[in-house]
Structures are given as structure tokens and as C-alpha cells.
Design a protein. Sequence first.
Length: 327
Amino acid sequence: MKTTTQLLAAGLLAGSAFAATAVVAQEFPTQPVTIVVPFSAGGPTDTVTRLVAQAMSEDLGQQVVVQNVGGAGGTLGAGQVAAANADGYTLLLHHIGMSTAPALYASLPYDPVEDFEPIGLVTEVPMTIVARKDFEPETLEDLIAHVKENGEDVTYANAGIGAASQLCGLLFMDALGTQMTEVPYQGTGPAMTDLLGGQIDMMCDQTTNTTSQIQAGEIKAYAVTTPERIDVLPDVPTMAEGGIEDFELSIWHGLYAPAGTDQAIIDRLAQSLQTALADETVGTSFAELGTEPVAADDATPDALSERLSNQIELWAGVIEEAGVSAQ
Ligand code: ASP
């Protein structure tokens, strides 16, 4: 049995450990913060992250550096952050792939719920179905007929299993009852370069990577995956207008820290995310790219936590129904 002195000493130690943690949280951040993007530089997740990181840097008074860790549909980068120190200095900005990967991979090097501390939702981005400029089909109806007729002769770029582009292609092929030849990249930034160069036929990707090229007429756009047409691409029809019903896809993005990060640090980061999303430059840049920041009450740990668990359940069902086998 412990003596009173031992108990007092233990209490003092626990108290000082608590005080030390509180000080660390209060002073956070005292060094640059890294946000890992699990895809290549120059792609849509990267673009969104760099805009948010810049505004968070200003709010936090420390540099927020973006690190691209592409590969395996976003699972490499996510795995790296899951294994990082839970000190608030290594974060992950990932999208819907956080919720689809568990259904697409037989085993993952991380658990999206257990291994992360959600900080907040960031944005919801529409997808566009696009093709190289000289691809034969002119409309979505033409495209459907062309893909049905040519199947595996059509090449389709994506960012690997678990990527939003892969999910969109999967749903598209499922809707058409046909297969295309999938060409994986470490992100859709480099895939866009090949689409512009005509080395690849098609892609489905976020407006944050396709809007300016569509507007400039450098690529063809067949459809947006939102229920209504979007302001920046008024001439691009919805999937339903082109005859594909019930095909709606919105790519939600969230910011995470490794599990075990101090709650006060998570709260500070969530507050900084909310400030960044309210920034005028961020709002204007997002709007030009066909999206908008989420409202402040969605840029919170609770909102992201709820979104993640609901979506894991939703996509497990959809992916199973589509009959896609786990890797
Ligand atoms: N848009 C990509 C995806 O398909 C990722 C990226 O490069 O940002 O998930």
C-alpha cells in the first residue's frame, strides 16, 4: 500500500504532467505544421490543401507545409500520418477515399476511425466526366454509346484504388455495364497532363482539377455529378440530363490528426481551419474552381467524425452491390 507521501508525490507528478500538456497545447504551434496530401502535387486535393494551408499559416503564425505522398489510391499517405507522432505537427488532408478504402482493400495499414482524430470537414467538390480534346464523342449520350461499343479500348485515368476518380469510374462503368481500361497514376495532376497531351482518353475528376481546362476548351466535358448544373460550368449537363439517373457524387474532404493528439491541439487546429475557410481569398479561389468551403459548424471534429462513419457504411454497401472485389 502506498504511503501518504508517495500518494502526494504521485499526485504532484500527474498534476505537473497535466500542466505541461496544457502548456504545450496553449503554445501550439511552436514549429511548422505539415499537412500530408495523399496524392501528387498539382492535383485537386493538393490545390485545395495549398489554399487552406496558406490561410492556416497566417492564423497559426507558423508555416503550414504541404507534403505530397501519392500512391495506392491515397492509402500510402494516410498510412504515413496514422503512424506519425500525435503532436499536431503532422496532419492529413484526405477526401472521400478515407471512407471507400476499407471496402476496396482486404487489409489497410490503418483504421480510418481508430487511428485518426478528426479536425473538420473542408469542402465538397463536384466531379466532372472529361476526355481528351479530340475524343470522338460529343455529348454524354455519344460517350455512353462509344464506351459501350469500345469497352476496354477506352483508356480511363485514375489515381489508384481508393481514389475519387477510381470510385467515379467504377460507378460509371457499373451504370453502363461495361469495362474500360483503367490507368492508375499517383494523383490526377499527372493524369491531367496526359489527358491534355492526348495519351489517355477519359477521366472523372474533381472540378478543382478540371474547371480551367474545360473553360479554356483544352479538354471535353460531358457531365457534372451534381443534381444541378454548376455556376462555373453552365454548359456542362448533369448526369441525369444525359440519361444516367441516380448518379450523384460529391467529394467531401476532411482534415485529420493522428489518434491520441491532445484535444486542446485539435480544438486549436479546428479553430484555425474555420478561420481559413472564412478567408475571402480561399472563398474566391474555391468558387473559381467550382466549389465552396463548408460552413463553420461543419469544420468541426464532430461533423467530420459523423460524416466519416456514415460514409464508411454507405460505401461498403454500394461497393459490395457493385460487386467489386477487395484488393
Ligand atoms: N482527384 C484524385 C482522386 O482521384 C486525387 C488527387 O490527385 O488529388 O482521388
